[in-house]
Design a protein around this ligand. Sequence first.
Ligand code: ZN
Length: 97
Amino acid sequence: MMRLIVWIAVAILVIWAVRSKVRAMMAPYREGFAPGAAPNRNQGRPQDARRVPDNAERMSCCAACGVYFPSSEAVRVDGRDYCSPAHAHQTSLHKAG
Ligand SMILES: [Zn+2]
């Protein structure tokens, strides 16, 4: 019976360790893709080395096809970002006719 309790305790410890490791690995992605959406959990803490660096390029979502691409390559029409002139043109055609 004692053995069973020890094995259960070991299993719980392993699951907890894996979960905290996965959470730590996923944290920069959650913060990187939703800037401003989630409250800053790093307040009062020293800068986390795993955070997305400030010089990382911002990503935009194409209003026509939903693809993500670097903001510097965005084609901006009516305040919306498009991945290519073709998609910007295609959407403005839909609006016109
Ligand atoms: Zn597109």
